[in-house]
Ligand binder design. Structure first.
Ligand code: NAI
Length: 336
């Protein structure tokens, strides 16, 4: 078995609890990983006077792969989101968020299997805001041709690699004629290079309505940053909530894997958080590393625990602790 060096950010809130669960499961599944644990966010600020210290950045640069738990971002004041800073610093331009029904998690739909490809570095997340006067703010929605081209190309390449049939482009190009208009035009041009993939165009407001009525009609959907942020949380809701949603931030040669949810301060330290989102993100990480067999083994063990329904966390209407849920998965891995 190959040995890997992977940067680990345990984050804050429920971060440390769910990270411990996931690293334990990966180790029990036979992965040989040297976790290079680093700090980011408020914890890092306390120690290094920086929310994103050089040693953390250097570790990710060196290891090229990082598993990251959620990090709290102060709302409306304080430091800028560490998550956004990381994506920008390493140019992790593609945020991949698959949503597929999980066994025994009952939702209004049983046939959801779609993937959101969210542009991850531009749009209002570029953080360009100017105060014009006391009562007027300009928030800039950044779009570059390079940024639009590369995310659309990523979506088509993803579709080919993962044997998907269709890529849809999601914009508000009827209103944002320049920025979203360019995104749409880039999509149309790139699509010409992928004749085997079906395409569709949909406005984001219509998409939201269709998603809550008939989500199974969608396959791969590519969209600018803000729509991707909002729509992918909606899609997490379609498969059982934030506790089970996974994601990957992919760049040229660096990737950071993290759950979709945040640090959940309301349940932190109570041993009731659901580690599934981070575990499935770690499974995506194993697939990225080419460790398909172990990824499959972990996914099977998780599915089996979910199917049995004896050890579920509170968000999934069970009453097991994080630890009990984790142990149930480990027991499955051991064949018990
Ligand atoms: P949140 O995702 O932390 O929580 C929303 C709701 O979902 C809460 O009721 C929470 O208890 C529940 N929840 C979330 N994850 C869960 C899990 N694994 N198991 C069971 N229940 C879970 O969103 P919120 O409250 O808006 O954000 C809290 C903090 O997290 C904020 O500072 C925000 O900026 C940050 N955040 C960080 C992210 C990241 O590091 N990637 C992503 C999203 C938010």
């Amino acid at each position: 078995m190959k040995q890997y060096n992977i940067t680990l950010l345990k984050g804050d809130g429920i971060g440390p609890e769910i990270t411990d669960s996931v690293t334990k499961i990966l180790s029990e599944a036979g992965m040989d990983i040297i976790w290079d644990e680093q700090l980011a966010g408020a914890n890092a600020f306390e120690k290094y006077n920086s929310v994103l210290p050089e040693c953390t950045l250097d570790s990710i640069k060196k290891n090229k792969v990082c598993l990251k738990a959620p990090i709290t971002t102060p709302i409306g004041h304080g430091f800028a989101s560490v998550n956004v800073q990381l994506r920008k610093y390493f140019n992790l331009y593609a945020n991949v968020r698959p949503s597929k029904n999980l066994p025994s998690i009952t939702t209004p739909f049983s046939d959801v299997d779609l993937v959101i490809i969210r542009e991850n570095t531009e749009d209002i997340y570029a953080g360009i805001e100017n105060k014009i006067d006391e009562n007027t703010i300009h928030g800039i929605k950044l779009a570059t041709k390079e940024g639009c081209d590369r995310i659309c190309k990523f979506a088509f390449d993803y579709a080919i690699k993962n044997k998907r049939q269709e890529v849809g482009v999601v914009t508000k190009a009827n209103i944002s004629k320049l920025a979203d208009g360019m995104f749409l035009n880039c999509f149309r041009e790139i699509a010409k290079n992928y004749p085997s993939i079906k395409i569709r165009e949909i406005l984001v407001d219509n998409l939201c309505m269709q998603l809550v009525q008939n989500p199974s009609q969608f396959d791969v959907l590519v969209m600018p940053n803000l729509y991707g942020d909002i729509v992918s949380d909606l899609c997490a809701g379609l498969i059982g909530g934030l506790g089970v949603a996974k994601s990957a931030n992919i760049g040229q040669d660096i990737a950071i894997f993290e759950a979709v949810h945040g640090s959940a301060p309301d349940i932190a330290g109570k041993n009731i958080a659901n580690p599934t989102g981070l575990l499935l993100s770690a499974v995506m990480m194993l697939e990225y590393l080419g460790e398909f067999e172990t990824a499959n083994k972990i996914e099977k063990a998780l599915y089996s625990v979910l199917k049995e329904g004896r050890f579920l966390t509170k968000d999934l209407k069970g009453n097991s602790s994080t630890q009990e849920f984790t142990n149930a998965i480990i027991n499955k891995l051991k064949g018990e």
